[in-house]
Design a protein around this ligand. Structure first.
Ligand SMILES: NC(=O)c1ccc[n+]([C@@H]2O[C@H](COP(=O)([O-])OP(=O)(O)OC[C@H]3O[C@@H](n4cnc5c(N)ncnc54)[C@H](OP(=O)(O)O)[C@@H]3O)[C@@H](O)[C@H]2O)c1
Length: 277
């Protein structure tokens, strides 16, 4: 749904009708105050979607950056996540309160179960359903859920997850998971879409990027968008933040997409969630 060429102009519709900007800023590793300037820079160049988590220890700085940016709260889509040690029904309700308090906000746009912790994930998700019913969060979902974890959840939930946030890049093309989610109307958000910078020198990526007069990072982000995913690259560098948003005025041809698909080597920058029983 393209309305223009800005970072906030391309919106994706969740299965409950809520819209999310396709591009957001990731904030992992931007601990505490380190998140403030990147969030301000991102909002300043048009981002309207910020991804944080209790685990990132930066919700306070993220909230303050949003407030001090002058961008109205309702124009920014804020995602946070309940951390593994906070899981459980009551524990999650309390964790959500702490998250809102740190952010200095009265609601979240999206709240996710960060990892499919065995023995805890279903009651954790039930707490998210409660928060959703109470109108304290506009959408709920999961992160790092495999098809197996999702199928278990479908059998137990009242509210379908709107999002599954998982690691995805041309170097980790989880095609089966993406197709499964598409079939169930669960939006996939690609995390670590730049493989944390580990593969930016790949020659195929370089060739595609040079031909489009774009950077390898822009091509990786564009690949995610053209697969129908939301995407949340992280950067602390204002030049990179702007560059990463400058991805809506070019497109990769089918042949380029097919070549990028073949870069899949299974490169992961974090734990394979399949280890979670
Ligand atoms: N749900 C989960 O379990 C989970 C797990 C991991 C991540 N995430 C989310 O996904 C977000 C993104 O993933 P990530 O932080 O792991 O890594 P990423 O976005 O794949 O990569 C970040 C790295 O790429 C560099 N970079 C960014 N833009 C660049 C550009 N244009 N050119 C060259 N280098 C560039 C950054 O350095 P500079 O700062 O120097 O630009 C940084 O070192 C996270 O921040 C977090 O919000 C979620």
């Amino acid at each position: 749904m393209v309305k223009g060429h800005g970072a906030s102009d391309v919106m994706l519709r969740l299965n409950n009708g809520v819209e999310v900007p396709a591009l957001g800023l990731g904030t992992y590793k931007l601990v505490g105050e380190a998140a403030y300037a990147p969030v301000r820079a991102a909002l300043g160049c048009g981002y309207r979607h910020i991804d944080t988590a209790s685990f990132y220890e930066n919700e306070e700085a993220v909230g303050r950056a949003v407030r001090e940016s002058g961008v109205p709260r309702e124009e920014v889509f804020i995602t946070s996540k309940v951390w593994n040690t906070e899981q459980g029904f009551e524990e999650t309700l309390n964790a959500f309160d702490r998250t809102l308090q740190r952010l200095g906000m009265d609601h979240l746009d999206l709240y996710l179960v960060h990892w499919p912790v065995p023995g805890k994930r279903l009651e954790t998700y039930r707490a998210l359903e409660r928060l959703y019913e109470e109108g304290r969060v506009r959408a709920i979902g999961v992160s790092n859920f495999t098809v197996r974890h999702l199928e278990e959840l479908y059998g137990a939930c009242q509210v379908m997850p709107a999002v599954n946030q998982v690691e995805m890049s041309p170097f980790l093309y989880q095609k089966e998971l993406l197709e499964h989610c598409r079939g169930r109307n669960v939006l996939v958000t690609a995390f670590s879409p730049l493989a944390r910078g580990q593969a930016l020198g790949d020659p195929v990526l370089a060739e595609v990027a040079a031909r489009h007069r774009r950077s390898p990072a822009q091509v990786m982000i564009r690949w995610c968008l053209q697969k129908g995913m939301a995407v949340i690259p992280r950067s602390a560098d204002p030049t990179h933040i702007k560059e990463n948003a400058d991805v809506f005025d070019f497109s990769l041809a089918e042949e380029d997409m097919a070549r990028l698909d073949l870069l899949h080597t299974g490169l992961r920058t974090t734990t394979d969630p399949d280890i979670y029983e």
